[in-house]
Write a protein that binds this ligand. Sequence first.
Ligand code: FES
Length: 138
Amino acid sequence: MALDYSKKVMDHFMNPRNVGELDNPDGVGEAGNPKCGDIMKIYLKVNDDTKIIEDVKFKTFGCASAIASSSMATELIKGKSIDQAWDLTNNAVAEALDGLPPIKMHCSVLAEEAIHTAINDYREKHGLEKIPMEIHEE
Ligand code: FES
């Protein structure tokens, strides 16, 4: 049976924003889900003085919800500080997409985790302490 996706999910799946890689990224993060095998990679360009995310790109090998979640999540963190971006939850990503089917919520978790991993990569490279990552139960 086909899943009922919102128009926003379909839009971000069909026309994903911020697809690709960045040359010399300041932070790179990857997250994967061992159950479905999907993988998401996030690249950040961060202004060292302001800690603002000036650019962000993603590459996702995954389902429609994972691609839509990556696209929306990158839109939501662009122009934000790394601290504001850290606070972006998977639920906020799903809400911004006008919801995901319950069995697809884990796809939005990939976006949160990939962003967290990328921010911690940036922090580690810039002498900042890494922030403990929250474990999501499925
Ligand atoms: Fe695995 Fe969507 S089914 S991320």
